[in-house]
Write a new protein. Structure first.
Lengths: 645, 314
């Protein structure tokens, strides 16, 4: 029951995504497979990094029609259809496996295996920045909604109006102070142009990948507060979203309709789509059936006649169905991670294995504000010594079936992107218990291998334990990790054993994923919720919809996911530089930030799994299905897929 | 009897309320919070506070329990934030499927266990008895998970005789339209339940065989077939009826493993998932349901006693 959705951290519980930035990404979008027919997209699709694989194009003649059966994650079924997702419904099951195939985001993030925007699949053209990067102009392609209306700048403003009206600011991807707080005004000078005025200058790449990534144009047919009202077709100047109170009412109405799961397939609201598919049916067991939208404006048009998403109660049920039914029962399936050793057997039954990566970094936080061991965690030397105890290569080989990559810092290494080169080429804190012991000894600790290391020289000098650490204080703390995932449990057991070799006593406890991640909250030492010391939910952070890995959510003082309360003025300023600096300096700014975080180790980095976006061992694709390529940022492109004879 | 049933139903309400109160308090003592689970770690303190206020989670536990009771009295079991569905609708769609699974398994296990248990008792310490005991012990000691996976491996994966997953129809009737898909989940549950029932049936029948009225019946020259059906079976069933009454809640809502392995969404798995996700209202809703089913199961057992043994009066 892994499903572990383990990944996450962010709002996109599973949707991650990525980013890319760098100057080269601004022209992203015309890469392999992005523009042409499905038949060219598969075979030409590149793999994206070490250990990753992609299916080759089947040799048979391309067919029109056919039903693709796709496995939903175990226990992870869609529960929200409105593409303005709040934090509580923000996950891949809703966004990438349902909403985005019917309602297109303004930009299509992920260009097959590359973590860049694919403008050929986007409603918006590449945005232009002016006025010292304080004005953003976005031109729209003249796409059509399925009700015949054109997708216009008013539809974008509709989305922004609803977003700004939310009193709780609980949208997926919302970061206080950033979008939409940093947008001072929005204009629609013509139906195909949107202009955003910003409160200050921002890095265009950052704004494009981390802010505009949240926008979905919404049809005006939804701009109402009840189903009995006629669906607006044009802006008559009196649409309700134009006022804050009206926008709140519209949002409440759409939210309520979205929670009426049984009405989705027949709703006059949700049948208005601009994506390549529309909903045909949704059962009470959460089986989704999508069929092509005949009015889809983009290219390519869907070739398959139906996409059926199958719900499962467990990973075992998924695996059994793959083994017993084969490609005729399941066309595209994510192989649960515990079945990785059997991937070759399953491939022999009519599949090819696609192994991709999510744009993520695996780590677990230490609580700097824990009243007892927080002062120890605040010492840079301790964090560096502790990182020396992580045997990343050993873990990858022994516990992760060689389907993970070492992780040293905040920039994802895989899938490959121009940004990956900013990472250190070698592990700055390679596995070495002796190195860890040496560091501790040189900072006033009496190291007792197999026993209990204690502070021998309290004080704040360079060779003393550090502020807040008393004489004789041991290094003993708890790591609470996610239960039910064998690899995580093995890693933590190994870490406990290695730590003991330098006299660090780790107590291990395990809890379900929601409990672990829910316990890791930023806190003050005096607060009752601040007793946690370390929480490992198994997968760190997937970047999405913050697709440029700039760290404003993770390591900046007071940021939403800075759970350990790390606070370093230099890190704060380096992160700010990645956001507000000019695009020309972006790579330098990211390099400075990434290398500083690698040196600082504000969290404990561990190997990042590869396989699928959701953290599975890989995606099994039926051998007679062409056009499949994993989107580096988690979205799905079944309009590319086709069957062969 | 009518008075007894009314009295038992009254007791049932009190017991169910007590169970909900204890469950409610235990659930709130668990680590983690619903708001954090639902909104994720990216949620700001303001968003957490707004969620708690909107859902009454910022009030005292006892006030929250009172709100729960108020909703319960109005037929509202609450709302699942994980599924974006009311608990009522969740259970309404899943309980009928559980009834199909549990009901069929109960019928088949009784149909097998009763005659075999009697036969073992009659031929006590014979080859049949040893064989039956051996099979029962093996099945009873095997984890349900193992039985299910073995059946899938041989009958679904190796020989493709039956599907590996249950029918995916949303309704109970729809599931019955695809009986092949029900074979393996029902068989898995039946085998485990049979092992339990057959042991009780054997033991009860052995006790009954030692009774004077059996010896008298035989001494009177009554054919053995009639001795067994008229005198032995009816009196031996009392123990099994008790067991069936107590087993009904488990059979209907405790088939977590079967539901997991055979892709059979049901209330048992729902409770497990809800516990992992701190989805309190789903857990409470199922607790109420199980409480009611338990009481009804006991009531049915009591009624069964009276039918089987006319000497019993309530």
């Amino acid at each position: 029951m892994r499903t572990t959705i383990a990944v996450i951290g962010t709002g996109f519980v599973l949707l991650a995504a990525a980013a890319c930035g760098s100057s080269s990404s601004s022209s992203g979008g015309s890469g392999a497979g992005s523009s042409g027919s499905p038949s060219t997209s598969t075979s030409a699709a590149p793999t994206a990094g070490p250990g990753l694989t992609s299916p080759t194009a089947p040799s048979g003649a391309k067919q029109t029609g056919g039903t693709v059966y796709y496995t939903e994650g175990a226990g992870a079924t869609p529960n929200y259809i409105f593409p303005m997702t709040s934090a509580q419904v923000c996950g891949t099951t809703n966004i990438t496996q349902l909403n985005a195939m019917m309602y297109r985001p303004l930009f299509w993030y992920g260009n097959n295996y590359q973590p860049t925007i694919d403008y050929d699949y986007s409603i918006g053209k590449q945005p232009t920045f002016s006025d010292n990067n304080q004005t953003v102009t976005i031109k729209l392609n003249p796409w059509k909604w399925s009700n015949g209306e054109t997708v216009t700048s008013r539809d974008v403003m509709f989305w922004i109006n609803l977003y700004k009206a939310d009193p709780s600011k609980n949208y997926c991807g919302y970061v206080p102070g950033y979008f939409p707080d940093n947008v001072t005004s929005v204009q629609a000078p013509d139906p195909q142009t949107v202009v955003l005025h910003l409160n200050k200058s921002y890095n265009p790449e950052w704004f494009t990948y981390n802010e505009l990534s949240q926008i979905y144009p919404l049809p005006l047919a939804w701009d109402r507060t009840s189903l009995s009202q006629p669906a607006p077709k044009t802006d008559n100047g009196h649409l309700p979203d134009a006022t804050k109170a009206g926008a709140e009412s519209v949002y409440k109405f759409l939210d309520t309709q979205s929670k009426a799961l049984g009405t989705w397939a027949t709703s006059p609201l949700w049948s208005v789509v601009d994506g390549p598919f529309k909903l045909s049916s949704f059962t009470t067991t959460a089986q989704v059936t999508l069929v092509p939208n005949p009015d889809y404006s983009g290219s390519p048009k869907p070739t398959i006649s139906k996409l059926v998403e199958l719900p499962f109660t467990s990973d075992a049920a998924i695996f059994n169905e793959i083994r017993s039914g084969g490609p005729s029962a399941v066309t595209v399936a994510n192989l649960p991670s515990q079945y990785a050793p059997q991937s070759a057997t399953v491939e022999g039954e009519g599949y090819v294995l696609n192994r991709a990566a999510s744009y993520s970094v695996n780590y677990f936080p230490l609580n700097f504000n824990n009243p007892t061991v927080g002062p120890i965690f605040r010492q840079l030397y301790f964090r560096q010594a502790f990182q020396h105890l992580i045997d990343q290569q050993g873990w990858i080989h022994a516990f992760l079936h060689d389907t993970a990559i070492p992780t040293y810092g905040p920039i994802p290494v895989s899938p490959e992107s121009p940004l990956a080169s900013v990472n250190a080429s070698t592990n700055p804190y390679a596995f070495s218990t002796s190195a860890a012991a040496t560091i501790l000894s040189s900072h006033g600790w009496k190291v007792a291998p197999g026993g209990t290391t204690t502070c021998e020289h309290p004080g704040t000098a360079a060779n003393e334990c550090g502020a807040g650490i008393s004489s004789g204080q041991p290094i003993s703390f708890n790591i609470d990790y996610q239960s039910g995932v064998a690899s995580v449990e093995s890693e933590m057991n190994d870490l406990e054993a290695q730590a003991k070799r330098v006299g660090i006593n780790i107590n291990l406890t395990s809890h379900p994923f929601p409990t672990v991640i829910g316990t890791a909250i930023a806190c003050k030492p005096t607060e009752p919720d601040c007793k946690w010391t370390s929480e490992n939910w198994g997968a760190g952070w997937i970047y999405g919809p913050d697709f440029l890995p700039t760290g404003e959510s993770l390591y900046q003082n007071g940021s939403v996911a800075n759970y350990g309360s790390y606070n370093d003025p230099k890190a704060n300023s380096l992160i700010t530089a990645t956001i507000t600096g000019p695009a020309a300096n972006e790579k330098q700014a990211l390099t400075a930030y990434a290398q500083y975080i690698e040196q600082q180790v504000p969290v404990v980095f561990g190997p990042t799994s590869i396989g699928t976006y959701q953290g599975d061992a890989g995606t099994l694709v039926a051998k007679n299905l062409g056009g499949y390529a994993a989107n580096a940022l988690g979205y799905m492109n079944p309009e590319d897929w086709y069957f062969t004879k | 009897m009518t008075g007894f049933i009314i009295r038992r139903l009254g007791e049932a309400i009190i017991v169910t309320l007590g169970v909900t109160l204890i469950t409610f308090l235990l659930l709130h003592a668990l680590p983690g919070s619903l708001a954090r689970d639902i909104l994720g770690n990216r949620a700001s303190p303001q968003a957490i506070a707004a969620f708690n206020k909107q859902n009454g989670l910022d009030t005292s536990v006892f006030n929250q329990y009172w709100l729960f009771l108020d909703k319960l009295l109005h037929g509202n079991l609450g709302y699942s934030f994980q599924y974006n569905r009311t608990v009522d609708s969740l259970l309404a769609s899943e309980l009928p499927r559980d009834v199909v699974l549990g009901g069929l398994a109960l019928i088949f296990s009784l149909a097998i266990a009763i005659p075999i248990g009697v036969a073992q008792a009659v031929r006590r310490n014979g080859a049949l008895d040893y064989a039956g005991t051996g099979v029962s012990f093996v099945l009873y000691s095997m984890p349900q998970y193992a039985i299910a996976l073995l059946l899938i491996q041989f009958l679904a994966i190796s020989f493709h005789v039956f599907p590996a997953e249950a029918p995916q129809s949303a309704s109970a009737l729809g599931m019955l339209e695809h009986p092949a898909g029900l074979v393996l989940p029902v068989a898995s549950l039946t085998l485990v339940t049979y092992a339990l029932f057959s042991r009780y049936m054997r033991s009860s029948a052995i006790d009954t065989l030692a009774q004077d009225y059996i010896r008298t019946a035989r001494a009177k020259g009554l054919p053995e077939r009639l001795v067994l059906t008229r005198h032995l079976l009816r009196n031996s069933l009392i123990a099994v009826v008790t067991l069936v009454g107590l087993s009904i809640p488990t059979i209907l809502t405790g088939t977590l493993i079967i539901e997991q392995v055979f892709n059979y969404p049901g209330a048992g798995l729902e409770y497990f998932n809800a516990a992992l996700r701190n989805d309190y209202e789903v857990m409470l809703g199922i607790t109420v349901l199980v409480g009611i089913i338990t009481v009804l199961g006991n009531l049915l057992a009591d009624i069964g006693y009276a039918i089987l043994d006319p000497r019993i009066r309530y």
